[in-house]
Design a protein around this ligand. Structure first.
Ligand code: SER
Length: 312
């Protein structure tokens, strides 16, 4: 039987592509998209859509009951750069929306949850290269603190109440169809738009800032595959490390130059440099590979080619 899905935050960077893919997979009527506003016509017009506030438990519970929801994908959150500007609201949104959904599963109103975590759970004291699944985690951003606390709560709800919650630590995500919203890794999307429009880009991170990244197609596949995996394959109930590529601004600029030879990059680091410096440069994702057969398709070269083809 198909799951009956509610996506909260369906108009965001991940939510948009996730909605489209889940509708193809499980049927339009089985995927209820929701967001705080009708922000994205592709999502709003392609199937059932509801306006809800992720902080309002009663609204979420009402949708779950009316639509007989089995699975919730909670994609609403404030990302790293935006969260630093509004710490109290970021904490409120990122934590309480998660509690609402965990509590619905605890009381057996839904069966399964997807909740995204992030490389932001790591901090300046974490080993930077090939960051292990289990390691020192002292996040120094509001966003990272909220994701790390969220991971602990996911594992707690699994251990104590038997809640089936599945999670991935996404690296920076790159997509052509939807703009990112307020992250530190967003430069790797902006750079393509500016390369095509202006043939130049001023980067808000320094030239050698290496960060883990992933193409959206791979991130969506990972999300759907971890949710489809038989429950006994899921061994980690906090969140899985996930990796595809790692590169610096210099390296992505060089890759773009292969297609747009006139392209020039300059550097003017801002407050986001400190956030980037506190995060890993590369990630060890061997547990996800072993437990539920994770693998990626896109590397820097194929991702760059695909981005430029779609945006040109
Ligand atoms: N891409 C996110 C950010 O930069 C990390 O999860 O905030």
């Amino acid at each position: 039987m198909n799951p009956k899905i509610l996506i909260i935050g369906a108009c965001g960077q991940i939510g948009t592509e996730l909605t489209v893919k889940l509708r193809k997979l499980y049927g339009t009527e089985n995927v209820i998209a929701s967001d705080i506003r009708k922000l994205n016509t592709d999502v709003v017009n392609s199937g059932p859509f509801e306006v809800i506030n992720a902080l309002d438990f009663n609204q979420i519970e009402h949708l779950v009951e009316v639509h007989h929801i089995t699975d919730i994908y909670l994609m609403a959150a404030l990302l790293s750069a935006t969260a630093e500007k509004n710490p109290a609201f970021a904490w409120d949104l990122n934590m309480n929306s998660l509690f609402h959904v965990l509590n619905l599963a605890k009381s057996k109103k839904i069966k399964k949850i997807f909740w995204p975590s992030s490389i932001a759970v790591f901090g300046p004291t974490t080993p930077k290269e090939n960051t292990p699944q289990y390691t020192i985690m002292e996040p120094s951003t509001v966003y990272g603190i909220s994701k790390q606390a969220g991971e602990r709560w996911c594992e707690y709800y699994h251990n104590i109440y038997g809640v089936d919650v599945r999670s991935i630590r996404y690296p920076g995500l790159i997509s052509w169809s939807t703009p990112p919203g307020g992250g530190t890794t967003d430069y790797a999307v902006d750079i393509f738009h500016k390369a095509i429009a202006d043939k130049k880009y001023e980067c808000f991170l320094s030239a050698e800032t290496k960060m883990p990244m992933m193409y959206m197609d791979d991130a969506i596949d990972a999300t759907i595959n971890i949710m489809k995996a038989p429950v006994e394959e899921i061994k980690i109930h906090s969140s899985y490390n996930l990796a595809a590529m790692s590169f610096t601004p210099t390296e992505i600029a060089a890759e773009i130059k292969k297609h747009i030879p006139e392209f020039e990059i300059t550097y003017n680091p801002d407050f986001r440099q400190k956030i980037a410096d506190s995060w890993p440069a590369s990630i060890d994702d061997s547990d996800a590979r072993k437990d539920w057969n994770w693998n990626y398709k896109f590397d820097l070269e194929s991702m760059t080619k695909d981005m430029l083809e779609h945006l040109s």
